[in-house]
Design a binder for this molecule. Structure first.
Ligand SMILES: [Zn+2]
Length: 191
């Protein structure tokens, strides 16, 4: 045990320090460790480095970032949204999304649909080839099957994908987004 000849004990109710020689508790045991102001942590625990804590990234009015320590497991301090639980109902998520959305091109739903759109024609040719392999060189409506399907696809490529088909993709993407929302709320203990 480290000798503590002179230490400052803090009065818990007033917070005022008091200089004491070799302090003891009520049972007469010497008081050491973190109970003594300025002392080390008890049981030889190393003190952490408060400077290495992740900082809050909120923008300040006077410019720059807040840089206060962020709340545990979060990226914001308690003054800048760290205390917020975020939305806790699906309706709340929907409200937030509506408020933040301008055109939705970059939303999860919009991106999923455009991904699908980009693959549409190449997937079409691939499935025609697969179908022709399956059928052999069959005929559809009296025409060579492969050419028939390919001309249909070419028309679609020229005129754009049918709105009903696009709408179906959009619905599918929306369903996936809602399922993801629900999963996230459940993970946070809501729902
Ligand atoms: Zn902050």
């Amino acid at each position: 045990m480290r000798a503590q000849s002179r230490v400052i004990l803090k009065n818990k109710s007033t917070g005022r320090g008091r200089r004491v020689e070799n302090p003891v508790d009520r049972e007469g045991n010497p008081i050491t460790g973190c109970a003594v102001r300025g002392g080390r942590l008890n049981h030889g625990n190393r003190s952490g480095d408060p400077q290495s804590a992740p900082r809050c990234g909120a923008r300040r009015r006077k410019g720059g970032l807040c840089r206060a320590p962020a709340m545990r497991g979060k990226r914001r301090c308690r003054l800048h949204g760290g205390l917020s639980t975020g939305p806790n109902t699906l309706a709340g998520v929907a409200r937030l999304r509506a408020a933040r959305t301008r055109h939705g091109r970059f939303s999860a739903e919009g991106l999923a649909v455009s991904r699908w759109q980009r693959r549409y024609v190449s997937n079409g040719y691939r499935s025609i080839r697969a179908l022709v392999r399956e059928l052999g060189e069959g005929r559809i409506n009296g025409r060579d099957a492969r050419h028939y399907l390919e001309s249909m696809l070419a028309t679609e490529e020229r005129d754009g994908i049918a709105p009903a088909l696009l709408e179906e993709q959009r619905r599918e993407a929306r369903t996936a987004v809602l399922a993801h929302d629900a999963e996230r709320l459940r993970a946070k203990g809501f729902l």
